[in-house]
Design a protein around this ligand. Structure first.
Ligand code: FAD
Ligand code: SIN
Length: 519
């Protein structure tokens, strides 16, 4: 698809108003920015739901090296150690940036910053606000700063649907607003569209977040990486709601334990017990549930009457389900929570396409590897938002701006609907995977991804997860194959463009079942 050529004075377009988009827009000042977001500013984001907090090695017993060691351990051999070191080294700057923008972190009685503990962290290093309201506090502070920032123009209710390209370079985006579809020319676009949890029935993410940015980037030709790595949070509140409410890992950090309905503390024999890496705990709970057991978090002895003051938001979520965590067991289940994979970026947040940057959960820098260390994602989004802004400021308008050329029309720019893919994704791309299930998922998702139906973009993202998962014949981090339970001796990141993904899918699927059409 093409659009009118972009001009040097076009504003930078930032898509999404979670921590990644808000930070990038602010850090770009005084460069003019058009911030497009699907809902109202800061709404429809995972950021606003974040409970545990933001990791930073600011404690007296801590340093960036220890934080790096924990991050690499959790990442199970797949982190990019250089990028991880760079991002974690900037943690103090990210906290200072948030504080400058009005964020107030919780303090202990003696006035020092209060530091929480989460799984697989060897130190207390989780800064939080309002007890368990970190994400809401970040959103409120940054959204207020954006509203007051003269260089940022916010367009709410804007659903970005396609990047427009000419000669391999970004020329703008197609966006749907109340008045209909419109093309906005731009030579610098930043995707900050969040994760893919909305593809699953059981998720903690806003249900509309299916990976729109990943789909747009893939359709434009960008390289995707590590798409198979979906993190399942072990302790979502078991209920029929969609999304599921989260019971923060910080609750286990304060000593809450996991029990099954026989009263057995089934994590007792596992190294780290309830604070084992997230993938380990999620698999243990999944195994209990598969065996017909129910699983509960027991905060009664460890937290008891302090629950309401330390975790006021979670106490409210429990109360809405008739549960008092000071006295009752909390029923929990794993839920899709975070996507380690996404649009491949370098240390400046540049994608493989000129003019396109990605930041936050839709990007994959290599910080998280195969399994994200808790509370590293808000940190990554804040650090990388600032890095992207620095990089864009150094960019010069290309002297020979490519003229738009006719290209293939997009298969669809209808509103996306993840509902048609949720059953297949939930059945085959969950906590445990195998070749048979992945092949079924690929066979079902491929025709939809190649269609112009409303499920096409979500199907394309889900197909990418399935193909990467099918090709990774090992278990590593959050990717667990029952048919390949061991890890390969050396961990390798995998990257593909959409045409490679589709070719791989067509190779896996019986060719006579699937019409071979281009994306
Ligand atoms: P998001 O915050 O998800 O924002 C994405 C934005 O893009 C939204 O504004 C959305 O509306 C917009 N958007 C999407 N598609 C389009 C489109 N096509 N057009 C226009 N706009 C679009 N991480 C931590 O580090 N610590 C925690 O304590 C923590 N707790 C969490 C608790 C929950 C319940 C969840 C779900 C996640 C948690 N995480 C936590 C993960 C973390 O919150 C996210 O990884 C992070 O907030 C992602 O930020 P983001 O800006 O990349 O995306
Ligand atoms: C939690 O509070 O358990 C979520 C933290 C995270 O996802 O980083």
């Amino acid at each position: 698809m093409n659009g009118p050529g972009a001009g040097p004075d076009d504003p930078v377009i930032v898509i999404g108003s979670g921590i990644a988009g808000l930070t990038t827009a602010l850090a770009l000042a005084p460069l003019p920015v058009l911030l497009l977001t699907r809902d109202c500013l800061g709404e429809g984001s995972s950021t606003a739901l974040a409970q545990g907090g933001i990791a930073a090695s600011v404690g007296a017993d801590d340093d960036a090296g220890l934080h790096l060691a924990d991050t690499l351990d959790a990442g199970d051999g797949l982190c990019d150690a250089d990028i991880a070191a760079t991002i974690l080294d900037h943690a103090v700057q990210a906290i200072a940036m948030l504080a400058r923008n009005g964020m107030i972190f919780d303090r202990d009685a003696d006035g020092t910053i209060a530091l929480g503990l989460e799984a697989a962290h060897s130190r207390r290093r989780i800064l939080h606000a309002g007890g368990d309201g970190t994400g809401a506090a970040i959103t409120e502070a940054l959204a207020r700063a954006v509203r007051a920032c003269p260089s940022v123009t916010v367009i709410a209710g804007a659903d970005a649907r396609r990047l427009t390209m000419a000669n391999g370079r970004v020329t703008g985006i197609m966006v749907h607003q109340a008045g209909g579809m419109r093309h906005i020319p731009a030579w610098r676009v930043v995707l900050a569209t969040g994760g893919i949890g909305g593809l699953f029935d059981a998720t903690t993410n806003p249900v509309g977040n299916y990976g729109a940015g990943v789909a747009m980037a893939a359709r434009a030709g960008a390289v995707l990486t590590d798409m198979e790595f979906v993190q399942f949070h072990p302790t979502a509140l078991a209920s029929n709601s969609h999304p599921l409410a989260l019971i923060s890992e910080a609750v286990r950090g304060e000593g809450a334990i996991l029990l099954n309905d026989l009263g057995q503390r089934f994590m007792d024999g596992t190294p780290g017990k309830e604070l084992a890496p997230r993938d380990v705990t999620a698999r243990a709970i999944h195994a209990q549930i598969k065996a017909g057991r129910r699983v509960f978090l027991d905060a009664r002895a460890a937290i008891g009457d302090r629950f309401g003051s330390r975790f006021p938001g979670i106490a409210r979520l429990c109360a809405a389900n008739g549960i008092d965590p000071a006295r009752d067991l909390i029923p929990v289940q794993p839920a899709a929570h975070y996507h380690m994979g996404g649009i491949l970026t370098d240390a400046q947040g540049r994608s493989s396409l000129p003019g396109l940057w990605a930041v936050g959960e839709c990007a994959s820098t290599g910080l998280h590897g195969a399994n994200r260390l808790a509370s590293n994602s808000l940190l990554e989004a804040a650090v990388m938002g600032m890095a992207v802004a620095r990089d864009i400021r150094d960019h010069r308008f290309p002297r020979r701006q490519p003229q738009p050329r006719p290209q293939l029309a997009p298969t669809t720019i209808a509103p996306a609907d993840p509902a048609p893919v949720r059953a297949v994704v939930s059945r085959h791309l969950g906590v445990l995977r195998d070749a048979e299930g992945l092949d079924m998922a690929i066979a079902e998702l491929l025709p939809l991804a190649l269609s112009d139906r409303p499920g096409a973009d979500p199907a394309l993202v889900a197909l990418s997860v399935a193909v990467f998962a099918r090709l990774r014949q090992e278990s590593r981090g959050a990717h667990s194959r029952t048919d390949f339970p061991a890890s390969q001796p050396i961990g390798t990141r995998h990257s593909m463009t959409l045409s490679q993904i589709i070719a791989a899918a067509q190779g896996i699927t019986a060719p006579d079942l699937v019409p071979a059409r281009s994306a």
